[in-house]
Design a protein around this ligand. Structure first.
Ligand code: ADP
Ligand code: UDP
Length: 237
């Protein structure tokens, strides 16, 4: 597989074309951002930890019957994926309150949500990724109705699989964000699943093991991501 030109550089990953027009390379950088890119730092080893973490989770999701864009890990910081036409929406499921829902609704952190709740956000950095509803999605044509249903169903299926997986490592999956795209007219899971895009707490102490350590300046960010990986049985390079 030959790497060609850079297609896109996001806040944490860069995307490259290859000699196969249906295949892209995702390069996981050490850049870590929060607050819509207002706080940015380079964290040593984060790119390689997230690349390997993502490869493991995507494998677990595939094994559970959830189609993903992931093809294979190439090296420490790169993976090969199917090129998708991304839907410009973020799908968030919350099992426990934290983050923006607490600020928005004036709710304390740490409340169990039964049933878990679901939110759509528009992927738009300039607007700070505003929350949108299904009427907005339909009226503005961001996704077709059947694709919206599929994204919701797949996001909840991921919840069933990953809540169990993290529970086996004595962790609570508090919330997470997924992105989907179209591949040959099918909605499949794209982007990444790493502690950059979810919240994970130790089940007993509720210690934060995710990007909130960076957002809140708690330190030990990459060490916490590695701890999560070790609890899942990942042996980092
Ligand atoms: P952001 O764009 O939010 O700053 P990243 O730094 O993670 O995020 O950049 C990765 C970009 O690549 C995102 O815009 C994401 O939607 C896009 N992407 C992820 N997977 C694929 C894929 N399989 N095909 C095309 N684009 C993808
Ligand atoms: N999230 C993300 N990218 C975003 C926004 C949110 O990965 O652009 C993740 C975030 O890490 C958390 C979940 O989605 O696991 C819900 O985020 P929330 O809406 O609470 O926003 P935050 O407090 O992180 O700004």
């Amino acid at each position: 597989m030959e790497k060609r030109e850079q297609l896109y550089a996001g806040k944490a990953k860069s995307v490259y074309t290859t000699d196969d027009s249906k295949v892209l390379i995702l390069y996981f950088r050490n850049d870590t951002s929060a607050f819509d890119g207002k706080k940015i730092e380079q964290l040593d080893r984060k790119g390689q930890v997230n690349n390997q973490f993502n490869a493991y989770i995507m494998g677990q999701l595939e094994a559970a019957g959830i189609e993903t864009h992931f093809i294979q890990q190439l090296n420490a910081q790169e993976s090969l994926v199917k090129r998708l036409t991304m839907i410009p929406l973020e799908c968030v499921v919350r099992n426990i309150t934290a983050g923006s829902i607490c600020r928005r609704l004036g709710i304390e952190e740490g409340m169990d949500l039964n049933p878990p709740t679901f939110e759509f956000f528009l992927k738009n950095d300039a607007l700070g990724d505003p929350m949108v509803n299904e009427y907005h999605i339909h009226s503005f044509g961001w996704a077709q109705a059947e694709h919206v249903e599929k994204m919701k169903a797949l996001t909840f299926k991921v919840n069933d699989v990953l809540k169990n997986l993290f529970a086996q490592g004595n962790m609570l999956l508090v919330d997470y964000k997924l992105e989907f795209g179209l591949y040959e007219d099918r909605i499949i899971l794209g982007d990444e699943f790493t502690p950059d895009g979810c919240r994970l707490w130790d089940m007993e102490t509720r210690m934060k093991l995710d990007k909130d350590r960076f957002r809140q300046g708690l330190g030990g960010v990459v060490e916490a991501y590695e701890e999560v990986g070790h609890r899942l049985g990942i042996n980092f390079l």
